[in-house]
Design a protein. Structure first.
Length: 365
């Protein structure tokens, strides 16, 4: 019996040794992405499926490669899975090690970023969220960027992925950090550098103001400032500045509308209209904070959306329930199910987030 068992084990070991390496390529191909179940923990052995994206009958892939002192990505379009495997079999151990070194730098950098901006948030009385892109967003972003750079005859490098690490500061609507201006102005760059605690304005690489007149002409009312900063260790970070109420709306809008999975054009259109309605309500209330024209501006916006008619009366803009009443009226008019509503017990927004929103949007007495 022991001889038979020993022979079986020997046969299994011999089979493993003789099996082509490509058979296991999907589990040991390359150091790269991190475990989505533990977003801040990088794993060393990524699956090939984490680096490949099916496009029709083709595979789009990105092959990490050392490009001087930088981590670059080679974009390829191949016709079958064997070609995907072959692309990764050619990666040397030195290149794999280089990828791991670069990722370790970003993991360490993320901890430093979180600590740095926790101090900034405290100084401005702001809420704070920090994140590293999840595995699927990261893959798609790098594939798209690497493809675009290839078309320009350039190599896309990891350092150009300026939103891999993200920070969101959620501010009171009167915060100086929410003041906008000319994004190319040296004075505006110096102002943001000072407000964010940087000694030199060269730390501010890019400023993008969202929600201005050009965006509004395209029915885009999300209002925020996105700033790309370069930390002292060289790691780029996307910093998003927005009001606390806008952040709550964004918390609902991003998965429900921006990342909507529905393929029905009519459902998408209704959700977009409904979401735009709510961000305009938030903007109008915040713009009128402390002024006697606040209620008037809000009333005019509601009339623009069809309220104050016989079928849709204007809500009473007093008390604590008018936001819920407004939401119910708009959702019913559009025929939205309770789970798609911005407010209410079935909303994806937590009761705590809704209570915070009610306090922040309380109309001036």
């Amino acid at each position: 019996m022991r001889k038979r068992l020993s022979g079986t084990i020997a046969w299994i070991l011999l089979s493993l040794l003789l099996t082509p390496a490509s058979t296991f390529a999907d589990s040991v191909a390359c150091y790269f992405f991190y475990n989505p179940s533990a977003p801040q923990q990088f794993i060393q052995n990524a699956k090939l499926s984490d680096l490949a994206r099916l496009k029709g009958e083709w595979f789009e892939i990105i092959v990490p490669q050392q490009n001087g002192e930088r981590l670059g990505f080679e974009y390829k379009l191949v016709s079958n899975w064997r070609q995907v495997e072959e692309s990764f079999e050619g990666i040397s151990f030195a290149d794999r090690g280089f990828v791991k070194i670069k990722l370790d730098e970003y993991v360490k950098g993320f901890r430093n970023v979180a600590h740095y901006f926790s101090i900034v948030a405290k100084n401005h009385g702001a809420g704070l969220k920090t994140r590293i892109k999840d595995i699927h967003s990261l893959r798609n972003k790098i594939i798209d960027r690497a493809k675009a750079y290839l078309e320009m005859g350039k190599v896309f490098t990891f350092e150009r992925l300026d939103d891999f690490i993200g920070v969101r500061l959620m501010l009171n609507p009167d915060s100086e950090l929410l003041a906008q201006g000319d994004p190319e102005s040296p004075e505006v760059r110096r102002r943001f550098a000072k407000q964010l605690g940087f000694a030199n304005s060269s730390a501010i690489e890019k400023i993008e103001f969202k929600g201005g007149s050009d965006d509004q002409a395209k029915e885009r009312y999300y209002r925020a400032t996105h700033i790309t900063v370069r930390m002292p260790d060289g790691i780029p970070v996307e910093v998003q500045l927005m009001s606390k109420s806008t952040a709550i709306w964004h918390q609902w809008d991003h998965p429900k509308v921006y990342k909507a999975t529905t393929t029905n054009p009519w459902d998408k259109s209704k959700l977009k209209y409904y979401s735009t309605f709510w961000i305009r309500i938030i903007n109008t209330i915040e713009d009128g904070r402390g002024t006697i024209s606040q209620t008037q501006a809000l009333t005019e916006l509601l009339e623009l959306y069809g309220f104050n008619q016989q079928s849709t009366p204007l809500p009473n803009l007093k008390g604590s329930s008018w936001l819920n009443d407004l939401d119910e009226s708009m959702a019913n008019w559009l025929g939205l199910p309770p789970a798609d509503r911005f407010l209410g017990k079935d909303s994806a927004l937590s009761p705590l987030a809704q209570r915070q929103l009610f306090r922040q949007l309380e109309l001036a007495k």
